[in-house]
Design a protein around this ligand. Structure first.
Ligand code: BT5
Length: 268
């Protein structure tokens, strides 16, 4: 079990982690965060869980997590005055989680668009950003983060075994989930406590430095069609900007695009 008192003791954040909830089991930490948002006053709320019965990824995909082995967490951000865009939140979440992992372990994951954390092409973690309009103006976001921590090979389901990994499998050091949890919150807070304190240019540069190098070949499914090309940039909506083989440059949005693996054993 995570030790929330221990996490709170080491935490020196201004926004993220103002309130922390810890559940032994839930359907999804994102659901638990949305339920709190409906009650009000949830900006900066963090929900951790040891187990999810219906953990989700993008487009209704499943997120697997054997009990107690992952870091499962959702952060609520109530942005009443549009200080931050959904695209920026998506980009900074990936940068923050990648930096937290690099800070607490000898593992340095690469960001794969839109929000995967990979180690040598195997998925170590994923991030799901959900949002709604806020009744009083602006938007509300839930940033759901799943990081595989203590999984041994036997904990990973057979269809994921060749494309998923964990910190335990990638590192000789012992993994301290409390330290990682505190680092994730601190890194997120570094961006979110003062959204006016950094520019999109900085975020863009930081994301590109941590992501797969530009020029990577990609196949994307969008509006029922497959497009292939080379990645040339990321834009402020966190859309992937691709030089298409069919000609032209086009931005593909996170919300309606999936990456189609060339190799069926690769990550989605
Ligand atoms: C993601 O979706 O990668 C976002 C995952 C976010 C999970 C967190 S856990 C806390 C919070 N509460 C939730 O309910 N969700 C968030 P996507 O890009 O759609 O990737 C999903 C795909 O990753 C699946 O279809 C599998 O192929 C693969 N997958 C599932 N579980 C995995 C795991 N534990 N490790 C690596 N890959 C996994």
């Amino acid at each position: 079990m995570l030790d929330i008192a221990n996490i709170q003791r080491t935490l020196d954040t201004r926004r993220v982690g103002r309130r922390i909830e810890h559940l032994e089991s839930t359907t999804s930490t994102n659901d638990a965060a949305w339920a709190q948002i409906d009650l009000g006053g949830a900006d900066g709320l963090v929900v951790f869980a040891e187990h999810q019965s219906a953990g989700r990824g993008r487009f209704g995909r499943k997120w697997e997590s054997p009990k107690g082995a992952s870091l499962l967490c959702s952060v609520a951000i109530v942005d009443t005055s549009d200080e931050i865009s959904g695209g920026e939140l998506s980009l900074l979440s990936a940068v923050a989680v990648r930096d937290a992992i690099a800070r607490c372990s000898e593992v340095v994951p690469t960001i794969k668009w839109p929000n995967d954390l990979l180690v040598l092409r195997r998925k170590l973690g994923g991030i799901l950003v959900e949002s709604r309009a806020n009744g009083g103006g602006g938007r509300v976001y839930v940033v759901g983060i799943g990081i595989n921590c203590l999984q041994q090979r036997g904990h990973i389901s057979p269809d994921l075994i060749d494309r998923a990994t964990s910190l335990e499998l990638e590192s000789k050091q012992k993994i301290d989930r409390n330290e990682l949890a505190a680092a994730v919150l601190a890194e997120l807070d570094g961006w979110l406590a003062d959204p006016g304190g950094w520019t999109y240019e900085k975020l863009h540069r930081d994301w590109l430095l941590r992501a797969e190098p530009l020029g990577w070949r990609v196949r994307l499914q969008h509006a029922g069609k497959i497009h292939s090309g080379s990645v040339v940039d990321i834009d402020p909506n966190a859309a992937l900007v691709v030089q298409l083989d069919e000609g032209g440059i086009r931005a593909f949005n996170v919300a309606d695009t999936t990456v189609v693996p060339d190799d069926p054993s690769a990550t989605e």
